[in-house]
Design a protein around this ligand. Structure first.
Ligand code: FUB
Length: 337
């Protein structure tokens, strides 16, 4: 009864949170990048599989070998699977681990950006293209020169396309300073500035960088860069960018503290000022999402590991409505729902 009264009250003032829904039951998918192309909802996820590799600090137990594309008629229904649209064996430069992808549309072409380890076990970002949003996608013979680490996402900002990427630990971002790789960079001290996601403008062919990747600055409320010890707020992986009321929202996972958080900026390069939590920790180690406007509502697409009994590498897709307050701040949601 008490719960009902509270729900009714929240509902009356516009803060009711609908329960999240699982989007697909037959296979494990994670890291959903969602887009509306030609009035249809497309989900570009990682495809999680059972593996013999034990939980490893370098993420080797996320041993994915292909990508599927899913579609949704609307967020209240289950997704449909178009099947495999790109396989590891069809990416000549890649050795293993097809991690979180994203897709961008330019003209009538669709570009799938994806991370994979190359033959030297270094994550790079590849691109594959298709004439159809549901694939199949054909991969380029080399990764995009100048890219590294994981979790690419692409923003179309009035016809200029920017790629963002980066992820710590298994994602190898800590092995880079000023875009140069080394296995022996010293571990960051607690009081040092945290490592940051990267941004680069794409060339008009969508397959090359038009500039060297730059840091995406994330600042605290006093205008200072977040520190490496600030694990509740600093960037870890899974960056996503969207626009709301002419502002740019940069959202990401905090990794060890398992939160989805966000920061707001005035342009694609930032700087972005930290604002708060979007989602508290889900069941499972990783948390990774996209935020999309569909119709007149906003939605958070994400994953958790409830359905696999908590196995971090076997995740299921979820969706729930996301709400802003009058100031454009995102209402925090409970990841355990
Ligand atoms: O799915 C593999 C990795 O787990 C992703 O690239 C990360 O963002 C995390 O979700």
């Amino acid at each position: 009864m008490r719960k009902l009264i509270i729900l009714t009250l929240f509902s009356a003032i516009g803060y009711a949170q609908e329960s999240p829904k699982y989007l697909f039951d037959d296979l494990y998918f994670a890291d959903p990048s969602v887009h509306v192309f030609n009035d249809k909802i497309y989900i570009y996820p990682s495809h999680d599989i059972q593996t013999d590799v034990k939980d490893a600090a370098n993420g080797a137990h996320f041993n994915m070998k292909d990508y599927h594309v899913l579609t949704l008629d609307n967020v209240n229904q289950k997704a449909k699977d178009y099947g495999i649209v790109l396989k590891l064996e069809d990416v000549s430069w890649a050795k293993q681990q097809l991690w979180a992808p994203d897709v961008a549309k330019k003209g009538n072409k669709y570009y799938l950006y994806f991370p994979a380890k190359d033959k030297n076990d270094l994550f790079k970002i590849g691109v594959a293209s298709s004439n159809n949003p549901s694939g199949p996608f054909k991969a380029e013979k080399t990764p995009i020169i100048g890219t590294y680490s994981i979790d690419p996402t692409v923003l179309n900002d009035n016809g200029k396309y920017y790629i963002y990427f980066g992820g710590l630990k298994g994602g190898q971002l800590q092995e880079y300073r000023n875009n140069k790789h080394s296995k022996v960079y010293p571990e960051l001290q607690k009081e040092e500035n945290a490592l940051l996601p990267k941004i680069a403008l794409l060339k008009s062919n969508m397959k090359e960088l038009a500039e060297e990747p730059k840091d995406v600055l994330i600042l605290d409320e006093n205008g200072n860069l977040l520190k490496s010890e600030d694990q509740n707020r600093r960037f870890f992986e899974g960056v996503w960018i969207h626009q709301y009321n002419k502002k740019y929202y940069l959202s990401y996972s905090t990794g060890e503290t398992h939160k989805l958080v966000y920061a707001i900026g005035e342009n694609p390069y930032g700087p972005f000022t930290f604002k708060g939590e979007i989602l508290t920790p889900v069941v499972g180690w990783t948390t990774h999402h996209s935020i999309v406007e569909i119709g007149k509502k906003w939605y958070l697409f994400y994953h958790d590991s409830k359905n696999s009994g908590g196995k971090s590498y076997l995740r299921s897709l979820k969706v729930r409505e996301l709400k802003y307050d009058d100031q454009g701040l995102i209402q925090t949601m409970n990841g355990q729902d």
